[in-house]
Design a protein around this ligand. Structure first.
Ligand code: FPP
Length: 245
């Protein structure tokens, strides 16, 4: 951790937490066991992100596509979300962490919606790490919703078509309050973005590791950050242009 350059930290890290099922299978356990262990990794990574001074951390906990998993797994995950949020919110609050949820939350069971609402309300005034949990989220869903919202604004005369620009789109996404992630990490050796923050990741550095999510710890986060800091971020410019700044 002492090798990290505090002046070159990303403000926002996004993580696709993958490999819980395979981790459980390796132990001869049910897939849900992997998700339970995954919560420990969530806690460790949130602690590490706070300690390092990251401002925004987005975790992909459940995708729109995950609704198609076998019912016992979906139900088990929903109970895990409700229990974990109820259990962790006091600690998050103590650590000045503000909790946010993005996704099609209306699809979640009522008790889950209530737990999320309570968690967001209790931490709303906090000024430390913004912990954003993507639940029932998919980027195509989000972009479709943004298109509808913008169309409604045009229809009602609040907005004219010539005023629509990239900022209009950003403002109508579920992430409108957050800067774009500069670093996206995916665990478990899969090299995909899987419908996650497609618009927001336009310039993000992508980091893939074979580590399965339940094994992911602070040292893995630090490794990803060191790799990030070794890269040159050019945003379409030349090396010379970047260096002369
Ligand atoms: C992907 O692994 C993981 C998930 C779909 C669930 C992730 C959820 C958690 C870690 C719990 C987080 C809880 C809170 C409250 C944030 P997978 O099941 O796709 O694994 P596989 O690819 O090995 O099958």
């Amino acid at each position: 951790m002492e090798n990290l350059d505090p002046n070159k930290l990303p403000k926002h890290i996004a993580i696709i937490m993958d490999g819980n099922g395979r981790w459980a299978q390796e132990q001869g356990q049910d897939r849900l066991f992997g998700h339970y262990e995954g919560v420990i990794s969530v806690r460790k990574v949130v602690e590490a992100a706070t300690e390092i001074g990251i401002q925004y951390l987005t975790l992909y906990a459940f995708s729109t596509e995950n609704w198609d998993r076998p019912e016992p797994e979906v139900n088990g995950l929903m109970s895990l979300f409700v229990d974990t949020i109820a259990k962790e919110v006091p600690d998050l609050h103590k650590n000045n962490i503000q909790l946010h949820f993005i996704g099609n939350l209306a699809l979640l069971p009522e008790d889950a919606q209530k737990a999320l609402e309570a968690g967001m309300q209790q931490t709303a005034q906090n000024t430390g790490l913004n912990l954003i949990i993507a639940l029932s989220y998919s980027s195509r869903w989000e972009l479709t919703e943004a298109a509808k919202k913008i169309a409604l604004q045009v229809q009602s005369g609040q907005l004219t078509i010539d005023k629509i620009n990239e900022a209009t789109l950003s403002k109508n996404l579920t992430t409108s309050d957050f800067p774009d992630p500069e670093l996206m990490i995916r665990t478990s050796g899969e090299y995909r973005i899987s419908n996650f923050l497609l618009y927001q990741l336009a310039y993000a550095e992508l980091y893939f590791t074979n580590t399965l999510w339940p094994d992911f710890r602070k040292k893995d986060l630090v490794e990803a950050l060191l790799d990030y800091q070794s890269r040159e971020r050019r945003f379409g410019k030349t090396t010379q242009q970047i260096k002369s700044h």
